[in-house]
Design a binder for this molecule. Structure first.
Ligand SMILES: *Cc1c(COP(=O)(O)O)cnc(C)c1O
Length: 334
């Protein structure tokens, strides 16, 4: 595996810290909990999409693009980081936002990530829930081409084999960091959505023969669909890397989708409790859509005794705390 042969533009503050969560570990009575701070990648308050954008934006520039188009939910962290990356690189950015929650309050519709999208100079179109967003991006791209522009379309979440290279890189970073610290990582746990984060991590960790299992906590799709999406993308990413066929297999991809609640972007009690716990015990801000539900899942699995007391469990913090400002009601402060 030779990542350096893929074009990359540095956008993130890397490597991100890998830190112990001593108070939370003590509070829960083990395992030993660690946090990989990909919320601290820096770009426009950071998050996991920045690593993917290092490869996606390099590809956009290599193709001579002058505009990037992407899509996400109204409070998309991916859209916000894409808008920031485009601003930094001097590209125009058009974002298609899908109304996946039906929330119409001002905080959800205009604050949090939406406020930052606009500050970065992106233009926004809002589309109804259930729209075929990939098709909508393609027709927007066709319009721009007709005007003589050169659009580059980034899929939702930046999740394709190019974007997933960002999390192959994160796998390398994590394994090296753990080796330097003398830390034996027994599990990595994180929130999984559009699949690129888990796909890249799994492809990288398997290619390195690390023996580190990854558990994705789903935020949208049911388990069979989520695992199939992650596996397919992990295998395409492995092929893009030139790894032998069958390097990534079904047994490497595990998702738990028991913590979605009523749907994508809809608060759960467990999410609210997890966010309050991390804020109070560790001074760390999670987000309501992804990392809050991911941590709710991790805490519940710990309480069920799924991890050994002396195991080292790394929670990958994928960012998104800006989204807290879109959900004041969920925290009783609306
Ligand atoms: C996008 C996102 C995720 C999920 O990552 P995928 O690569 O889409 O699976 C997790 N957490 C946050 C905060 C995100 O913005």
């Amino acid at each position: 595996m030779n990542l350096a042969r893929f074009p990359r533009i540095r956008l993130g503050h890397l490597p991100t810290p890998l830190e112990p969560m001593e108070n939370l570990s003590k509070h829960l009575g083990g395992p030993k909990l660690w946090i990989k701070r990909d919320d601290a990648t820096g770009l426009s308050t950071g998050g996991n999409k920045t690593r993917k954008l290092e490869y996606l934006m390099a590809d956009a520039l290599a193709q001579g693009a002058d505009t990037v188009i992407t899509q996400g939910a109204t409070q998309s962290n991916h859209a916000r980081q894409t808008a920031a990356a485009a601003a930094k690189l001097g590209l125009a950015c058009h974002i298609l936002l899908e109304d996946r929650t039906g929330y119409e309050d001002a905080a959800y519709a205009h604050s949090g990530n939406v406020l930052l999208d606009l500050l970065h100079g992106a233009t926004i179109s809002r589309l109804a829930g259930g729209t075929d967003m990939a098709a909508a991006m393609e027709s927007r791209a066709a319009e721009l081409r007709a005007e003589g522009r050169k659009p580059y379309v980034i899929p939702g979440g930046g999740s394709n084999p190019v974007g997933a290279l960002g999390y192959v890189n994160a796998a390398l970073e994590l394994v090296n960091q753990a080796a330097e610290m003398g830390l034996r990582i027994d599990h990595v746990v994180h929130a999984t959505g559009s699949a690129g984060t888990q796909a890249g991590l799994v492809a990288g960790l398997v290619a390195l023969n690390s023996g580190i299992p990854v558990l994705g906590i789903g935020v949208r799709a049911p388990r069979p669909a989520q695992e199939a999406n992650v596996l397919a993308l992990a295998q395409r990413t492995a092929a893009h890397l030139g790894l032998p066929d069958n390097t990534v297999r079904a047994e490497h991809v595990v998702a738990n989708c028991d913590y979605v609640g009523q749907g994508y972007g809809i608060p759960t009690e467990g999410m609210v409790a997890a966010i309050k716990l991390l804020a109070e015990k560790e001074g760390i801000l999670l987000d309501p859509v992804y990392s809050g539900k991911g941590m709710a899942g991790l805490i519940d699995l710990i309480r069920q005794g799924r991890f050994g007391k002396d195991e080292n469990v790394v929670f990958l913090h994928t960012g998104g705390a800006v989204g807290l400002f879109a959900y004041p009601d969920a925290f009783g402060v609306g």
